[in-house]
Design a protein around this ligand. Structure first.
Ligand code: DAH
Length: 346
């Protein structure tokens, strides 16, 4: 092809385009012209462009220049039509909607998810709700009455040691006095909520409380200075150890699966008598996931109940231990590193 023919073709295409854009009077006709003459896929423009290579070597620079001029004319015609029909983002664009090409491959992006512990808490609430336990909340900063005294934990009990608790310093005091009546601490257990509920409500009571607890433990694969517990309490006339074992078994099979093996081991807690610890079997090891027992009469008396009239059971389970077994997480620290690659798996 020679330069003359080439330029003629360009000329023809550019004038066709100008006419088409000039004639465009609707979003549809504008868009049709745009696709035919200006779109990235405009067949006509491409076909001419290809012929640039078949020009004499000497003519190519001139051919390229003409090609660019033709493109500029088409663009100008398009711009004018856009302007006339309401401008960029104006009527024409609005009428045809956003310029989305649905044939392009989608760019995937991650929606956020709730933290695995939050998911676990919701799941546990749902299971316990089916067993008739209503969720209640309690404060994380507690006084010694609710964290210890009312729970029958005497002053000299090792659980009250300042080294085993996060006591908060009292304004004006020079040292922490763990036994001062106004001493405050980050709660070390959710059993505090049992007291708060019983102080304000008469039996029958059937509640759970899920939340954070704090202990100055060295972090390792199974310990973390902050973790979560699910406390449960059922108080009304006639509640027995058999109810306790049934509820915990039903809970464990609901959450961990029908094939889970759990066992109850005799133990001691100041606020329950008798007391047990509950273990599940995981890879041939017994792993403790909580404590439980019949509410000690001293605790019932501390909140003004009559132990001759009502009995109750209580339990406190480790939320992380449950979550870890269900999702096969072997290091508790993974739950709190906030590594999105880990969290996105839930
Ligand atoms: N509060 C105990 C702990 O943190 C767990 C516990 C044991 C809770 C027995 C209870 C209970 O309600 O009855 O280790």
């Amino acid at each position: 092809m020679d330069l003359k023919q080439f330029v003629e073709q360009l000329e023809q295409l550019a004038s066709q385009a100008e006419q088409a854009f000039l004639a465009a009077d609707s979003a549809e006709s504008f868009e049709a012209a745009r696709i035919e003459f200006a779109g990235a896929k405009s067949g006509q423009l491409k076909a001419i462009q290809k012929q640039l290579g078949s020009l004499d070597q000497a003519d190519r620079p001139e051919g390229g220049k003409k090609l660019n001029e033709a493109k500029a004319r088409i663009q100008a015609a398009l711009d004018q039509a856009t302007e006339r029909l309401g401008g960029e983002g104006g009527k024409a664009r609005k009428a045809i909607g956003p310029m989305v090409d649905p044939t392009l491959p989608g760019a995937s992006f991650h929606l956020g998810t709730t933290h695995p512990i939050t998911q676990t808490i919701e799941h546990l609430k749902e299971i316990m709700g089916r067993l008739g336990f209503a969720p209640v909340e309690g404060p994380e900063v507690e006084d010694t009455w609710h964290n210890f005294i009312a729970l029958n934990i005497p002053e000299d009990h090792p659980a009250r040691d300042p080294l085993d608790n996060f006591y908060l310093s009292v304004a004006g005091a020079t040292a922490i006095d763990a036994n001062a009546s106004e001493a405050k601490l980050l709660r070390s257990q959710t059993s505090t909520v049992q007291i708060r509920v019983m102080e304000n409500q008469q039996p029958p009571i059937r509640i759970i409380s899920l939340g954070r607890v704090y202990r100055p433990d060295e972090a390792d694969m199974t310990h973390f200075p902050m973790f979560h517990q699910m406390e449960g309490l059922w108080v009304e006339p006639g509640v027995t150890m058999a109810h306790l074992k049934s509820v915990l078994r039903m809970f464990a099979t609901s959450y961990l699966g029908e094939d889970v093996t759990i066992r109850f081991r005799p133990s001691f807690f100041p606020f329950t008598e008798p007391s047990v610890e509950v273990d599940y079997l995981w890879n041939d090891n017994w792993v403790e996931f909580g404590g439980a027992g019949m509410v000690d009469p001293n605790v019932l008396r501390a909140v003004g109940y009559d132990p001759e009239q009502v009995t109750g059971f209580a339990f406190g389970l480790g939320v992380e231990r449950l979550c870890m077994r269900r999702h096969r997480v072997t290091d508790i620290r993974d739950l709190f590193r906030n590594d999105l690659r880990f969290l996105h798996q839930f």
